[in-house]
Design a protein around this ligand. Structure first.
Ligand code: HEC
Length: 165
């Protein structure tokens, strides 16, 4: 037993050294970035912060909603579909960041957006304008469910767009 003891001791020390060597690269790990941070964790935190939550999604959706409306008024159906599709994509990206918002958007995502797609495909301005009231109400339904009922979306009255048809 006495003869084995030194061997066990050496094995133990080798293990410690091996572990220490293995850890060193991670501790010293650093990346070149101008402002994102140095460690992997710092960089991940900064990226998440910079992406922000849901308000950024909504600023984009607000803009695209107005563009969609004027595209319909102009009967520029290609541009209308472009904006409708980007509203959908912006929301889907938003749900990656804030998954808890998805439930309240079900009516908007699975009824309002597909309905709008069909009407754009038909290219009927009268139907589009009628439907736009329902579409807007669906924005507001989600706002009520998400406890931001004080943010009331209203159909635009003044044109504020640089895209004309
Ligand atoms: C998930 C359901 C949901 C849907 C669908 C939705 N919204 Fe919102 N909206 C929100 C929430 C939640 C906020 C508040 C954002 C926050 O808390 O960060 C908001 C905020 C906004 C804001 C204010 C953004 C700002 O920070 O200035 C606008 C504008 C807006 N929404 C427009 C719309 C329009 C237009 C539609 C329909 C085309 C729509 N929203 C559909 C949930 C939704």
């Amino acid at each position: 037993m006495r003869k084995i003891a030194p061997f066990i001791f050496i094995l133990f020390c080798t293990g410690l050294i091996f572990q220490a060597c293995n850890n060193t690269p991670q501790e010293k790990e650093s990346y070149e970035a101008e402002w994102l941070g140095e460690t992997q964790q710092e960089i991940i935190n900064t990226i998440e912060d910079q992406f922000q939550g849901f308000s950024r999604t909504m600023v984009e959706v607000g803009y695209r909603y107005q563009e969609l409306y004027w595209a319909g008024q102009d009967q520029n159906w290609e541009y209308a579909e472009y904006q409708r599709e980007h509203i959908e994509e912006a929301l889907e990206s938003g749900f990656v960041r804030r998954p808890e918002r998805e439930t309240s958007s079900q009516q908007f995502m699975s009824v309002a957006l597909p309905e709008m797609e069909k009407i754009i495909e038909e290219g009927n301005k009268e139907k589009f304008l009628q439907n736009f009231t329902r579409f807007t109400a669906s924005c507001n339904t989600c706002h009520a469910m998400e406890e931001v009922a004080f943010m009331v979306v209203k159909i635009p009255e003044k044109r504020n767009t640089i895209i004309y048809f």
